[in-house]
Design a protein around this ligand. Structure first.
Ligand SMILES: [Zn+2]
Length: 89
């Protein structure tokens, strides 16, 4: 099973969000995720859906990591969290 880029499914997830909203940052505006963060697999990248099948906006994988970037402001989707924990085990 590969993700289409030649990488094996190795527990690396792309992060997606419910949506995007502009937020003030360092004197300008940047697009930041709105709502919860979700984990997206290789197949999910193609169809634009997270593991929990919620339609998501993909975040830059250089800036966002699953599940490490979840916090009080950006909570992790518990369904995706459960699914990735299951697959990592
Ligand atoms: Zn999810």
């Amino acid at each position: 099973m590969t993700d289409g880029c030649g990488h094996a499914a190795s527990g690396r997830w792309t992060v997606g969000a419910d949506g995007i909203r502009p937020m003030p940052w360092s004197g300008g505006w940047v697009d930041m995720p709105a709502g919860r963060l979700h984990a997206v697999s290789g197949a999910g990248l193609v169809i634009g859906r997270a593991l929990c099948l919620t339609p998501v906006t993909l975040l830059d994988p250089r800036d966002w990591r699953w599940p490490g970037d979840g916090d009080a402001e950006w909570t992790l989707c518990w369904i995706c969290l459960a699914l990735t924990a299951e697959r990592a085990a």
